[in-house]
Write a protein that binds this ligand. Structure first.
Ligand SMILES: [Zn+2]
Length: 340
């Protein structure tokens, strides 16, 4: 830079300095989803919604622990978790046992909402190879963390547990689709064990998603809770890989809730947030049609093989699942507050 030697040099330098200093307001910072996130308890806020307890708990979310849940769910012993298979039922019991350890109780007398599916109505090729009989029995896994002051109002965290199963020569482990979403949901339940929530939080591992959203369709037609009392729902699917942020699908008609999600993001995370209208591509679909603020979250720009035997647990990015779990926790916590 040219040195200014006139008597006005000081003033000119100051003007030039101001011109060249980058503006902090012109562009907000964006944090990558596959990089370690911030320590939330170090963020100083006067926002009355948040207390130090939840911020400290969120900091305890560990991508490594989530990865080990995914390792189990995607392991060969669960045989690709095809709807109606023994492998799926084993996975369902694994989730129910984890609910119990997390203080998440059954809504009625069982964690399992059982029902039958006609084999001829299903869509998946892999599933049909697994299912010689005309109809099979399967179940959603449902648990609730009862609210303290508003137990009859609900926040839902859901993820489909089923995947494509196996053929004669390969298992489809479905690590990203959707052991990742189930593991994040289980982690949210585990962390919330340590705090009281005003509203109830309902956790659902759906069956039958890959064969046509059958578990969520059964739930909304045989609801064990009043669907009108669902204040917020996050459905997780494909959250194990992706660098560019979080896609929020099902935003149409729910500006208020979307603004809250964006506010939480801006305050604590600064991830890129994409939005899309509702679509029949995961289990939020029927809830959204019924007017529930139901959002499907996925990590976008992921590199995992899709509906392939190559969708394996070792390809899951621990930083991504950790960031998504923290993001979900903060949003769930926000909506458990009365009045939101
Ligand atoms: Zn899926």
């Amino acid at each position: 830079m040219k040195v200014i030697t006139s008597s006005n040099g000081g003033l000119l330098s100051a003007v030039l300095f101001l011109l060249f200093v980058p503006s902090h307001n012109s562009q907000s910072q964006v944090r990558r989803l596959d990089q370690p996130g911030p320590s939330l308890q170090s963020i100083t806020r006067t926002d009355s919604v948040f207390d130090k307890t939840i911020l400290q708990l969120v900091d305890h979310v560990s991508g490594k622990d989530i990865r080990s849940l995914i390792d189990t769910l995607a392991s060969d012993s669960f045989e690709g978790r095809a709807t109606g298979s023994i492998g799926f039922d084993k996975a369902a019991h694994f989730v129910a046992q984890h609910f119990e350890q997390s203080g998440v109780i059954p809504l009625g007398n069982s964690y399992f909402q059982k029902f039958k599916i006609e084999s001829r109505t299903v869509k998946s090729k892999v599933f049909i190879q697994n299912t010689p009989s005309d109809s099979i029995e399967t179940m959603n896994v449902i648990g609730v963390k009862p609210g303290t002051t508003n137990p009859d109002e609900y926040v839902l965290v859901t993820a489909h547990l089923d995947h494509l199963g196996k053929t004669l020569d390969s298992i489809y482990p479905g690590a990203n689709d959707n052991a990742s979403g189930v593991a994040v949901m289980m982690t949210v339940a585990e962390i919330l064990k340590n705090v009281n929530t005003s509203r109830s939080v309902v956790f659902i591992a759906f069956t039958g998603e890959e064969v046509g959203l059958m578990g969520s369709a059964f739930f909304v037609t045989h609801p064990p809770i009043d669907l009108k009392k669902i204040k917020f729902m996050i459905n997780l699917d494909l959250v194990g890989s992706g660098s560019n942020g979080i896609m929020v699908q099902g935003v149409d008609g729910h500006d208020t809730e979307l603004a809250e999600i964006k506010r939480i993001n801006q305050t604590y995370f600064q991830f890129e947030i994409g939005t899309r209208p509702n679509s029949p591509n995961s289990d939020q679909y029927y809830f959204h049609l019924l007017g529930v603020p139901a959002f499907f979250l996925y990590a976008y720009n992921g590199t995992m093989p899709y509906h392939s035997p190559g969708d394996t647990a070792e390809k899951i990015d621990a930083a991504v699942v950790e960031n998504v779990a923290k993001f979900v926790l903060m949003n769930v916590w926000n909506f458990t507050k009365k009045g939101r």
